[in-house]
Every structure is written in C-alpha cells, then in structure tokens.
Design a protein. Structure first.
Length: 713
C-alpha cells in the first residue's frame, strides 16, 4: 500500500496550522520546546512540519487501509485505491416512511425491480455534504460503509489543499466502542490518538487544537458504545461541541440504533450503491487487472445473476463478491453457497468483528436465528408478502421462542426484532411499523432453506411451480440439496407430464415437433430440435391471432420467450439470438398487417432454420424460401397494399401447410395459451435447476431428458 505523500502535504499544512504550534510555544516557552524535542534554532513552521509528518504517516497506517476479516481478505488494500464515492440523502427524505405494508407491497410490484427502492430520491456526494456541514451525523444500515466514509474524509483532510476536503484541519478518528467505562473523556481519547500517532505531550496539542478550532473529530460507531454508557457518551459529545464549537464533527451510527440526542447535528442517511457505484467499486478493486474487473461486472449484469447484483448494493457484501471473484475468477453457479456465506457474514462474523455485545444474543445462537429468519421468510413469501407489520414479526418470533425448548425463554419478541435489525440489518423497518428483509435475495434464500430443511418439495411443486416469483426459490433449493437434486428434478418432470395430460392440443404440438425433427441433420440434441420447432410454430401461428384480438399479445410473447430460452438451454446455441429477433419481426409484422415486412421476416427466419437443420426431409424449407422470394417479387411488381390482410392470410396458411401445422395448433384459446406458456416455462426451469444443482445423478437426468418435450405415455 502506497502511503500518503507527506512531501506535498506538509507544505500545505504548515500555512494553516503553524499558528497552533506558535500558541503552544508562546504559552509554555522553553519548557514546551523541551517537551516537543524542538531544536531552539528551528522555526515553529519546521517544528510543526516534522510532528505533522509523523502524524500523517501513522494515521495512514492505522486508518488508510481496508481489510475486512469477516470476508477473508488475505491482505489489506489501500482505502484510497478502492474507495467509491458514497451518496447521502437527508433523513427526512427517506421515501415511503408513512406507507403501510400493503402500500409498500403495491409500490414494489409496480416498480418491476428487485430492489426495495421505489422512486428516485435526491442524493448528494458524501464529501460535498461533509464540506458544507460543520456537524454531520451519518446514519446507515450495517455494512453500508459508514466507517469507511469517515476514514476517507480524514484521509482527504490530511491531504490538505491537495484533497477533496476543503477545510485545513487535523483529523482525529475515534472508535466510540472504546468507551467501556465512564472514567475518561473524549478529550482523553483524542490525546491518546495523538500519542499513538507520534505527537509528544499530546494533552497540550489536544487542548490548543480544540481551542484554535483546528480539529476534524470523526466519531465512529455510536451504536457500538456499550449500552450502559450511551447517555454518558452522547452528553460528552454535546459538551465537547458546546465548549469547542469552532471545530468540525462527523459521527456515524446504525440507523436502527439511533435514538436521537444529537440536536446540533445534521442527520443524513447513506444510500445503498446504485449500478454506476457498483461498477466503479469493482473497477477500483481490480485496478491492477482491469480485464478481470470488467469480466466481473459483465457477469453480474447477466440475467442469471440479478439476485447476486441485488446484494452488491451493500459495500460489505460487494467486497465479499470481489474477494470471491478475485480468487476464482468466477462466481459460483450454485449461488446458494454464496448467499449462505453472505448471510453468515452478517449473522456471525461481521457482528463478531465489530464486537457488538447485545444481551439479547447471550443464549440465542446464530444457528437458531437462521432457523427463525427462515420461518419468517417462508411464512411471508408463501402468501406473497414482502412487507409485513411489526406486530406480525413479533408474533412469529415469540411463537418460535415458545415452541423451541432450547431457545432463551426470557427473551421477548420485540427485543429480539430490534437486535436483529440493529446488529445485522437483515430485517429493516421500511416504514413506521412495516418491515421487510434488507434484500429480496436474502428472503428467497431463506425460503429455499426452509423448503429444503422441512422437505416441502411436493408443496413447492403443486402450489408454486409455474409462479415466476418462485423461480429463484427453485434454483436455490436445487443448490441446497447436497445429497443430490434427483428427488426435486424427477418430481418436476412428473409434474410437467401431468400438465401435458390435461392439454390435448399441447400433446398434438409435441407429437408434431417430434415427428418433423426426428432424424434431422442438425448437430444439436433432440430436445433442442423439438423446442426450436415448437418456437417456430408459435411464431408462425399463434402470433396471427393478434390481428383478431390484440389482447393476446402478452401471452403470446411469454410463449415465444419461454420456448426461445428452452431451445437455447437444450443446446441450440447462439443462433437463437438472431432467430428470436427475426421471429419477433415476423410476429409483429403479421400482427400489424405489414405485408412486405412479414414476407422478409419469414424469409430470414426460414433461412436460419435451414442453416441449423432442425427439420427432417418432411419439411422442405428450401422450396418454401423460394416461394417467399417469388411472392416478394410479385408484391413489389404489382404493388400489393401494405395493409393486405388477405395476402397475409394466404402467407399464414402457406407457412402452416409447409410445416404440416394446419391441424396441429389452430384455435388455441387464451386459457390454453397460458397453460402452454406454463408448460414451456416449467421445462425451462427444470433445466435451470439441473445447472444449479451441486449433484445430480447421470441416470436421473437421462431419464428426464429422454422424456422431455414428448407427449405423456
């Protein structure tokens, strides 16, 4: 780690701070010179320069690096190198503070996002706010970077005119958890910092620095003060501000622990990272290997890692992701392992590293808490509630404690809830008496944990198989089944067969797809061929219904999307991207009634299918392409109307005849299309669960694959 350059710093510092040492010498005379080991021939500027250089170096050694033990970092990293600018918002601007759980639920569903952030609230750069406010209280969730921000402000102050902090002051970083007794004052702790960082006779420099208004006092972790000393420490801070009001102060506290008392401070809340900040953090972390950082970011932006990106909003958990990616240049496909480690960091190791000693946890173990949180997550998610009332959470906790023989019986539900909120931030008060999990990802993981540990696979399948909101739960359950996911996958395949038994038209489509692809020359597997054939049929037939009833558009596109993903997963490869775009063009053109565009899209689509060879000789796509070309020529020669509905009808019927689809998929009702979309989605999900499993027997998967996309026996 490169230390701060003192050569530049000292020159800038002396101009603004030498008056301080001059005052000391004037008041203490030669005795002060002796105490400071000052050569009588030295000027005050040189005296202070030497002492300040030592302070800068030692301050940087103590507070200028980042090493988070709970995420198993091998070595510290320079805070300046990895720091990503934080953003702050006024505490009064916290959105939805007066919303009910139902109101929050509605807002979240309407947002269509995974984050519990419903509207843009104005935020400002943290250093900009720190420059403006003389006394600042920074509130935030556990692990969001409050301590790092305070340290960064201190480092910028040390850089003086070269830094981003505009005030020429001496920063003093104090960890308030040091107040284990009431026999010392804050001035004593400031003096001790000066002593550790190289100032001789630190009591003298403390007194005159405070009187001259030359200190930036950084008070970190009000929530970490032992409970019996809280009032004493708050009073100490208030008294210090009154006595030395020319100095500047920044304090930090977990938002759930703050009870007020800092009337002279401006309250701000640290915002979670947005995507630009996440990308900047990753880029800073992998500054020496920019390609690795870019690959990490690209991975997190993939659809399959949306829930992982959700965790990256918190700097602590983003650090964990960077450490894992730095070691293995990948993130585990079995994301359950990663989420489990992230929860363990918050439940056990982070709290231990911060040395939080809450009486609630005296007999309440992290394992018991994990079981409790899993139950809360499952009970709420099962009824589609991501936000719940405080009374409901307290009842769940008390019911758990009463029913567990080995749980602490003297613990009440409200105290336990507050401790969980303060210590780990896993449960968060989103509005007055309305709670949620801090991240949707954590709730999903805990639901999956509950399903797996309570053997609820059958309920999961019968009640939630085709509910897209439960997709991540299925994937996590597959990753948690360490003894093998055979049971889950075979049960999924059995349920899929049941779907098909109740859908005669689907059975016809499955028979057709197997018949027209059997023995084709394409290199992809039989499942990919069948799914791609189904996809072609959906585009060329079901999309035509939209001309008659535009309300069918959404369901049809779900069919198309599911079949496209399914074909890709079965091994069709990158051709699907081009295929899907051309297929969508065809569906859109037929729907709107654009003859030229429909012809060209059908031609392009047919050429793609000809190139991947999924159809056998019963389908003559080559002849069909020639026919389309002739129709295009005729249209251009005779000027067929763009809104030529009869011409499009003829094109539609021609496609069906070439594909032998005339009696296969016509007249799907809206209900049947929804069922078809569910069937395709279920197959797609089953393949994703296969990829998410830690272990799946070869024989079990072969049985499933042999029956996939075939009509039931």
């Amino acid at each position: 780690m490169e230390p701060i350059s003192t050569a530049i710093l000292t020159t800038a510092a002396v101009g603004g701070l030498s008056k301080l040492i001059t005052n000391v010498i004037a008041n203490y005379g030669e005795e002060a010179l002796k105490r400071f080991n000052i050569d009588l021939t030295d000027s005050p500027d040189k005296v202070f320069a030497r002492q300040f250089e030592t302070y800068i170096r030692k301050y940087d050694d103590r507070h200028g690096s980042l090493k988070v033990a709970c995420v198993r970092m091998d070595q510290p990293i320079s805070l300046d190198e990895v720091y990503t600018g934080v953003r702050l918002l006024r505490r009064s601007d916290l959105q939805n503070y007066f919303e009910s759980p139902d109101g929050l639920q509605k807002l979240f569903r309407e947002s269509g996002k995974r984050q519990f952030r419903f509207e843009e609230t104005e935020t400002r750069p943290g250093l900009e706010v720190a420059n403006e406010q003389q006394r600042l209280l920074v509130l935030g969730a556990p692990g969001i970077g409050k301590s790092t921000f305070l340290r960064k402000v201190g480092l910028e102050a040390l850089k003086q005119e070269q830094g981003s902090y505009e005030h020429i002051l001496i920063p003093v970083f104090l960890e308030l958890k040091q107040f284990k007794t009431q026999d010392k004052s804050i001035e004593d702790f400031i003096a001790n910092e000066f002593r550790i960082c190289g100032f001789p006779n630190p009591e003298i420099i403390t007194k005159y620095a405070l009187e001259a208004g030359k200190l930036l006092v950084l008070l970190d972790g009000l929530d970490e003060v032992p409970k019996e000393n809280e009032d004493f420490v708050i009073q100490q801070i208030q008294d210090l501000i009154i006595a030395y009001d020319q100095n500047r102060f920044i304090a930090s506290c977990r938002i759930a622990a703050y009870k007020g008392g800092f009337e002279r401070f401006t309250d701000v809340v640290m915002a979670e990272f947005d995507e630009p900040q996440i990308r900047d953090f990753i880029g800073n972390w992998f500054k020496s290997e920019p390609e690795v950082g870019e690959d990490c970011w690209k991975l997190l932006k993939q659809d399959s890692y949306k829930s992982t990106l959700d965790l990256a909003q918190t700097p602590l958990l983003l650090t964990l992701l960077c450490v894992v990616y730095g070691k293995y240049t990948e993130l585990p496909k079995q994301r359950a392992e990663l989420y489990g480690e992230a929860l363990d960091v918050l439940l056990r190791e982070w709290a231990a590293g911060k040395r939080l000693k809450l009486s609630v946890y005296k007999h309440f173990t992290a394992k018991q808490e994990l079981i409790l949180l899993s139950k809360i997550a499952y009970e709420s998610f099962s009824v589609d509630e991501l936000f719940f009332s405080k009374n409901w959470v307290v009842e769940q906790i008390e019911h758990f404690l009463a029913g567990n023989l080995n749980a602490p019986q003297d613990l009440d539900g409200e105290s336990a809830l507050k401790a969980i909120e303060v210590q780990q931030g896993i449960l968060v008060e989103r509005a007055r008496n309305a709670y949620s999990f801090s991240h949707l990802t954590f709730q999903e993981y805990l639901v999956a944990k509950y399903v797996e540990s309570h053997r609820l696979i059958e309920i999961l399948l019968t009640e939630h198989f085709v509910d897209r909101k439960w997709r991540e739960i299925f994937l996590l359950v597959a990753g948690l089944m360490e003894e093998g996911a055979d049971l889950l996958l075979l049960a999924m395949e059995k349920q899929i067969q049941k779907f098909a038994q109740d859908m005669p038209k689907l059975q016809k489509l499955l028979v057709w797809s197997e018949k027209v692809t059997r023995g084709s020359r394409g290199k992809c597997n039989a499942n990919a061929k069948r799914s791609a054939a189904i996809l072609f049929a959906l585009h060329t037939d079901l999309s035509r219904v939209n001309i008659i009833n535009p309300g069918h558009t959404q369901t049809t596109l779900i069919d198309i999307m599911s079949a496209s993903l399914l074909a890709s997963m079965c091994g069709l490869g990158t051709d699907l991207e081009l295929h899907t775009r051309n297929s969508y063009d065809l569906a859109t053109a037929i729907k709107i009634g654009w003859a030229t565009e429909a012809l060209k899209a059908a031609q392009d689509l047919s050429k793609i299918y000809e190139s991947i060879n999924i159809f056998n000789e019963s389908i003559n796509l080559y002849a069909f392409i020639n026919l389309l070309e002739k129709q295009i020529d005729l249209q251009e020669t005779y000027g067929i109307s763009e809104n030529a509905t009869s011409f499009l009808d003829e094109l539609h019927e021609t496609i069906k005849k070439v594909l032998h689809l005339t009696t296969v998929v016509s007249e799907f009702s809206e209900e049947e299309r929804e069922a078809l979309a569910g069937y395709l989605y279920a197959n797609q999900l089953m393949i994703e669960c296969k990829d998410s499993a830690i272990y799946l027997s070869t024989d079990a998967w072969k049985q499933i694959e042999d029956r996939m996309l075939l009509p039931p026996d």
